[in-house]
Design a binder for this molecule. Structure first.
Ligand code: SAM
Length: 235
């Protein structure tokens, strides 16, 4: 049985934090947004974000923090890298409560040991997008896929205009990664329309062979077949 720990409300959404056997869950407006009992695909999202950049000092934007599994996996991947990278990571999380809960409940150990190369910022991820940016990787996991769930404003991220803005925020060899619990071919079409090259990884759910989480990799330049194979991505 989940125990309710805390709530936080903003003008357009309500978040609730629950705990069970040392694991946490966040609900947004009553809908499950992130559950610590299932995080394999969030881990894989962080791994891909750490393996994709070729720059020696990549700039990586992660939106949002949630329970921090993607961030933890990204840091682990970068630390294990063959080449030492000096990545700088900005995590944009729109909820100040989620940032506080991360340090007080969810993962105080990681929160306390983050290096100065990792910035946790209370802000909308959209505030970090724009033609003056050069992110090597942008990781988007703010909803349950390319449809607004956390807050109505997120819808703007997934339309053609929002995707074009993400594209313009990337370095010439940059990538936008999106976690989704459902395949969305219209989203893929829109990404292609704005000139992004789309590859994907499908992650079947344990004991639910009919369902899968999907990681979309939207790249400014098409990935080579060697990279697609190395990273386990399909065209
Ligand atoms: C699905 S959770 C992220 C899960 C995360 N990948 C993990 O490993 O736990 C979504 C998070 O994004 C935050 N969020 C929602 N919309 C946002 C936005 N526009 N900008 C920044 N953060 C946002 C939510 O508050 C929530 O913490």
């Amino acid at each position: 049985m989940w125990t309710h720990i805390a709530s936080a409300s903003s003008e357009d959404s309500r978040l609730d934090l629950y705990e069970r056997n040392g694991l946490y869950m966040i609900r947004a407006n009553g809908w499950e947004l992130m559950n610590g009992e299932y995080h394999a695909s969030e881990d894989q999202l962080g791994r891909l974000a750490g393996l994709l950049p070729s720059a020696p000092r990549p700039e990586i934007l992660v939106g949002g923090l949630g329970l921090g599994y993607t961030l933890a996996s990204l840091l682990e991947t970068l630390n294990k890298g063959i080449r030492p990278t000096r990545a700088r990571i900005t995590v944009a999380e729109r909820s100040g409560a989620v940032l506080r809960w991360f340090g007080t409940h969810i993962n105080p150990r990681l929160a306390a040991t983050l290096s100065s190369r990792v910035r946790l910022v209370e802000s909308d991820v959209a505030a970090h997008l724009g033609a003056d940016r050069r992110w090597d990787v942008i990781v988007l996991d703010v909803d349950n896929g390319p449809a607004a769930l956390s807050t109505p404003g997120n819808a703007a991220l997934y339309g053609e205009h929002g995707l074009a803005r993400c594209r313009d925020s990337l370095a010439p060899s940059g990538h936008l990664l999106l976690w989704t619990s459902f395949e969305d071919l219209n989203f893929v079409e829109r990404a292609r329309t704005v000139g992004l090259s789309v590859t994907r990884q499908s992650l079947p759910l344990p004991n639910r062979s009919d369902q899968a989480h999907v990681l979309y990799v939207l790249s400014r330049q098409p990935l080579s077949s060697v990279d697609r194979e190395r990273l386990g991505l399909d065209g």
